[in-house]
Design a binder for this molecule. Structure first.
Ligand code: ATP
Ligand code: MG
Length: 341
């Protein structure tokens, strides 16, 4: 397998005033996206998912600033000063890496009918494309999302929120980007529209029309329909990464376990129950807790968790968790195995 996108030790913060505090929304995050892969990223509200999406899709604007790390997308090295200054090579954004943004409100042009917007997007990137070809490509994808062709004649304000979100999904994939960064693309959709969008993205990936997808959500169980691997984010950092089946059904990190239980409650009950189950609030990203950031809310925290940064522990092939408790469990298992031998 070859690597399509690689982020290495990326850190980024928001600084609203030049002498004000830094909100460290992404802190030392490394991840890879392989050719043909859908990587799920899940975590609670405010943990930095959209910030990460902005960085990976090269959409960084003040007050966000990337302060460290390296990024490589589809064979292109992206220098940090380029990301921050918006000076990335033409053709990279939208075509090599595209963002399906969270909240579809601003992604369309309110003064243009969908049909004209679609044509503008395609015409600006695909030399010689005719209006007819552009509309045909859009219509095929709209149909896969159970949207009638008449949405092409509508202005954005004439569409419902769910329709608009699906139209934005179609627009973000129209250029057949190598990498699609999809930030909570299903949040405003009912269950059948959610499934249709997941099916469209899976189809584009299987047909290699898109070469890789980073799919961001706060609903971890949703990822079982699309993700090959899953990364769990907590307070600006990744705490667990592994094959989807393992992260979903044999999570290693205490936070992933809590998030999984919490979200199951959300599916069967109310949002209020979800908050009670997770317990406590995510930390302030200006001055996060020392040691492991999850320790104040962790059901199995130990003394050192509040003092020392936790280690990365391998718990299986390509599966790791960043946690002292997991490290102790593994050390205990290794000890009992060597006694048995
Ligand atoms: P959600 O699930 O609600 O979409 P998220 O995981 O996408 O949340 P981000 O939007 O990346 O989280 O926000 C991460 C942190 O950065 C939060 O503390 C948020 O308040 C802060 N933040 C986000 N955007 C800005 C901004 N433009 N200016 C200042 N702080 C910001
Ligand atoms: Mg977000």
């Amino acid at each position: 397998m070859s690597t399509l996108l690689e982020a290495r030790r990326i850190s980024a913060s928001y600084r609203v005033d030049s002498d004000g505090p830094r909100i460290r929304a992404v802190d030392d995050v490394s991840l890879t996206l392989e050719e043909g892969e859908a990587l799920g990223v899940a975590g609670e509200s405010g943990c930095g998912k959209s910030t990460l999406a902005s960085i990976l899709s090269l959409n960084v604007h003040p007050p966000l600033q990337v302060t460290g790390g390296r990024l490589r997308v589809a064979g292109h090295d992206i220098p940090l000063d380029g990301i921050n200054g918006g000076r990335v090579a033409t053709g990279l954004r939208g075509k090599v890496v595209a963002l399906l943004p969270q909240g579809a409100m601003n992604a369309l042009n309110p003064t243009l009918r969908v049909r004209d917007f679609v044509y503008d997007v395609l015409r600006s990137h695909v030399a010689g494309i005719t209006r007819k070809e552009a509309i045909a490509r859009a219509t095929e994808r709209l149909e896969r999302l159970a949207l009638p062709p008449r949405v092409l004649d509508a202005y954005p304000h004439q569409l419902s929120g769910g329709m608009r979100q699906r139209v934005v999904a179609v627009v973000s994939t129209l250029l057949d980007p190598d990498v699609l960064i999809a930030d909570e693309p299903t949040s405003a959709l009912d269950v059948s529209s959610q499934r249709a969008l997941l099916a469209l993205l899976s189809h584009l990936l299987e047909q290699r029309i898109i070469r890789g997808i980073v799919f961001i959500t706060h609903e971890l169980p949703l990822l079982r329909y699309i993700a090959h691997r899953i990364a769990i984010m907590y307070a600006g950092q990744l705490v667990e990464v592994g094959p989807a089946e393992e992260v979903l059904f044999q999570p290693a990190h205490p936070y992933t376990k809590v998030l999984m239980e919490a979200t199951i409650v959300l599916e069967t009950g109310t949002r209020r129950q979800r908050i009670q189950t997770v317990g406590g609030a995510p930390p302030n990203l200006v001055s996060p807790p020392p040691g492991c950031r999850f320790h104040p809310r962790c059901p199995v925290a130990m003394g050192r968790c509040s003092r020392e940064a936790p280690p990365v522990v391998d718990v299986g092939a390509g599966h790791s968790a960043v946690c002292w408790w997991v490290a102790e469990q593994r050390a205990g298992e290794a000890g009992s195995m060597s006694h048995a031998a």
